[in-house]
Design a protein around this ligand. Structure first.
Ligand code: UT7
Length: 316
């Protein structure tokens, strides 16, 4: 199996900060309900004139700069999103244009909703693996969403949950690095986003799905690598709801401190949530060379995706 190591990360959040109290002035809700049911306290929405393409480009540029690589080293660019600015060109193609990535590489968007970043990593790794004679062994994978554009701001059951943002990461295909990925789907209408919006969700059904899919996918990638949770430095889950992560921690009798949470500050940013979280950890100096991490996504589709991978370098 070909390994896939994390080299660098980047992130971008839009300018309009919306607190639970702000929302309680718009719909019949309260900071108390949102906080206790979800762990979310605030989220960022794109301001007037701000586009998800701008945020994706910003996050991707940051990841590229931090990698020490040049645009010409990138062998493919994949963007996970369900809310791109254009159906075509893809967000990935617009990132390619703005970063000056090569023309003879695959560049595409992937829609697997909240599992979009993990699916993007799987697609990118597969694409690089099929281009065996290409010396460009680096992939740029982005997760970005402009969900506020697709929300019904009069529907309190959904409008309090989601936020906008973008995260990006660069990976290297390496011969021997440890890596495992688990991708799956169960076609189902529990979360729907019609082309023009708004997002609709059977929250309880998705909650039940999530508390089953998350530990199952984590178990699958741990089994594939022969590790246990104790061997992981971080578990970075999709940030939909703090209670979903707590369920998983309890079920697995795991150390809660290993499960990173930031939904209090960003809400659920779908495909962006995992790369935004990875970028925060990196910026805080808490994602360091040699670390072994798991990332697990779940959401619309219904889809799920898990992976175990190493941060490039050796542990200090
Ligand atoms: O990213 C994709 C993956 N998505 C998810 O993982 C989401 C999974 N689901 C969830 O996180 C939870 O189901 C929610 C946070 C969406 C909802 O929490 P819940 O504990 O399942 O609440 P509920 O839907 O069962 O609603 C409980 C009550 C209802 O009132 P009644 O029928 O008990 O009188 C709702 O009408 O809460 C009411 N309610 C609200 N009240 C105040 C629903 N939304 C709100 C709100 N503010 N925003």
């Amino acid at each position: 199996m070909k390994g896939f190591e994390l080299i660098s990360t980047g992130g971008a959040l839009p300018g309009r900060l919306v607190t639970n109290d702000d929302l309680s002035r718009m719909v019949d809700t309260s900071d108390e309900w949102i906080t206790t049911r979800t762990g979310i306290r605030q989220r960022h929405f794109c301001a007037e004139g701000e586009t998800i393409t701008d945020l994706a480009v910003k996050a991707a540029r940051q990841a590229l700069e931090r990698s020490g690589l040049s645009a010409a080293d990138i062998g493919c660019c994949v963007c996970g999103t369900l809310s791109s600015q254009y159906a075509s060109p893809s967000t990935a193609c617009l990132v390619q244009r703005d970063l000056g990535l090569a023309e003879d590489i695959p560049v595409l968007d992937v829609n697997a909703a909240c599992s979009g970043f993990i699916y993007g990593v799987g697609v990118a790794r597969g694409l690089l693996a099929t281009r065996e004679n290409d010396p460009r062994r680096y992939a740029l994978v982005i997760g970005c969403e402009h969900l506020s554009r697709l929300m019904d701001m009069t529907d309190r059951s959904t409008c309090v949950l989601f936020g906008d943002g973008a995260g990006a990461a660069i990976f290297e295909l390496t011969g021997d690095a440890e890596f495992a990925i688990d991708l799956g789907a169960r076609g189902d209408m529990a979360i729907t986003t019609p082309a023009g919006g708004p997002i609709g969700m059977d929250g309880r059904a998705v909650f039940r799905f999530a508390v089953d899919a998350l530990p199952r996918s984590l178990g699958a990638v741990l089994a594939a690598t022969g590790h246990t949770i104790d061997d992981l430095d971080w578990v970075v889950c999709h940030q939909a709801n703090s209670r979903i992560i707590d369920h998983c921690v309890k079920k697995l009798q795991a150390d809660p401190d290993k499960f990173y949470k930031n939904m209090d500050r960003h809400g659920n940013t779908s495909a962006a949530s995992i790369p935004v979280a990875l970028n925060e950890l990196a910026e805080q100096g808490r994602l360091t060379p040699g670390m072994r991490i798991a990332c697990i996504g779940f959401g619309g589709g219904l889809t799920w995706g898990g992976m175990v991978l190493k941060v490039k370098g050796s542990k200090a």
